[in-house]
Design a protein around this ligand. Structure first.
Ligand code: ADP
Ligand code: MG
Length: 387
């Protein structure tokens, strides 16, 4: 029986994903190109993943009938949305292999639990305090200010965060957040930010994507650049080792992104984890010989993992809805894709979202080139055309 359980789920089977966003869409594309059928569970009739999946179950994440239908259709299930209720994953896990597990996702969903996990793994993170009661607020150590107050749950793309300089500002910010559970993090002097994506199999084998260097604007990822020497070798090695120990400590199965801060003194601090493929790994679609989405398929089906090889220097530019409203115009107009696609090594990925809105992730451009300099030159030209 053990042999049967460990047998990989082969193409021809149906794979399920909780969540219908762009990450689910690109997972569906990868699974389908390998010969799997797909099922997406998402209440939205026009969700990016639902639009391209063989099956689309249009219920909420906690709907017992929807979850039962997903389990009935699928040989294995994954998630693309970080805030999917962990209980839904645990329910599915009663009858189907689920990767990542609800228990690991639950830790990633809560900044306090996440930081406690970093401490357990011996991976340094920013000094912080949990704030869940007025007494904890009053007891905050002055050395944590200036700091960033972050809601413990449901934050993303810089949402649910406030920068505070004094105890009085902190108190106001916590009130403004409705006194929900938060963490206060010391504001650190960042030299730059990077991330590492690891994929860990059911057998504990682990592979990683190259270290990604990330630029955020207004709390949202804007640019990812990846090439050898992008991040100094010692920091890159530390980041990969830290990401591996975070994944191992969770007994994680699937694709996991670990985000880091590199401080001005060169030290490396873990920021947060995402229990799924990540925006900073999108370049893998065109610059690596295996993408983060294919790795997710391999992890959840028990197929072998292979160490990705980068064959091109890469720059990923996020395409936010703002690009549809050039010069502050009120009516949306389609960006000049034809001009951008005239540049060498430009790969356009659009998510099929019905409506462009400022700050909404509409797609990304992967730019591949023989050298980092060439990739940068094309990225500048693309940005000039679009901006
Ligand atoms: P989100 O879940 O929204 O991605 P993050 O915690 O990653 O939230 O914060 C978003 C961005 O804000 C980070 O990528 C970084 O640029 C900045 N930031 C967050 N925490 C700190 C900190 N402690 N010190 C300095 N900058 C920070
Ligand atoms: Mg982040």
């Amino acid at each position: 029986a053990a042999g049967v359980m460990n047998a990989p789920i082969l193409p021809g089977a149906t794979l399920g994903v909780l969540g219908g966003g762009q990450l689910g869409r690109m997972f569906v594309h990868a699974a389908q190109s390998m010969g799997y059928f797909t099922a997406v569970l998402d209440a939205d009739a026009t969700s990016p993943a639902g639009l391209v999946s063989h099956r689309h179950i249009r219920t909420g994440y906690e709907d017992p009938q929807g979850l039962a239908e997903l389990a009935r259709l699928c040989a294995a299930v994954t998630t693309e949305f970080e805030n999917v209720p962990a209980a839904a994953l645990q329910t599915l896990a009663l009858t189907r292999p689920v990767a990542p597990a609800g228990e690991a996702v639950a830790i990633a969903q809560d900044r306090a639990a996440e930081k406690a996990h970093f401490v357990r793994c011996g991976v340094p993170c920013a000094p912080y305090a949990e704030i869940t009661t007025p007494a904890q607020l009053a007891a905050v150590d002055a050395s944590l200010l200036p700091g960033i107050l972050k809601t413990a749950r449901m934050g993303y793309d810089g949402k649910g965060q406030a920068r505070v300089r004094t105890p009085a500002e902190l108190a106001v910010a916590w009130d403004d957040m409705g006194r929900v559970a938060c963490v206060l993090e010391k504001m650190l002097p960042l030299a730059h930010e990077c991330s590492v994506i690891v994929a860990r199999g059911r057998d504990g084998s682990i592979v990683n994507l190259p270290v990604q260097r990330n630029l955020h604007r207004d709390g949202i990822l804007a640019v990812t650049e990846v090439h050898a020497g992008n991040v100094p070798a010692s920091q890159a090695q530390q980041a990969v080792a830290a990401a591996q120990s975070v994944a191992q400590g969770l007994d994680y199965v699937g694709v996991l992104c670990v985000e880091f801060f590199v401080l001005e003194d060169g030290s490396l601090v873990v920021n947060e984890i995402a229990p799924r493929p990540h925006n900073s790994g999108h370049y893998s679609q065109n610059a690596l010989d295996v993408s983060q989405f294919e790795l997710q398929v391999r992890c959840m089906t028990g197929l072998p993992l292979v160490q990705p090889r980068q064959h091109s220097a890469a720059i990923m530019l996020n395409l936010l809805g703002d690009l549809w409203f050039k010069d502050g115009t009120a009516a949306a107009s389609t960006p000049a894709w034809d001009q951008v696609l005239a540049l060498p090594g430009v790969h356009l990925h659009l998510y099929g979202k019905a409506e462009a809105k400022p700050a909404r992730k509409m797609g990304h451009l992967n730019i591949t080139a023989a050298t980092p300099e060439q990739a940068r030159a094309v990225a500048l030209q693309a940005a000039a055309i679009l901006g």
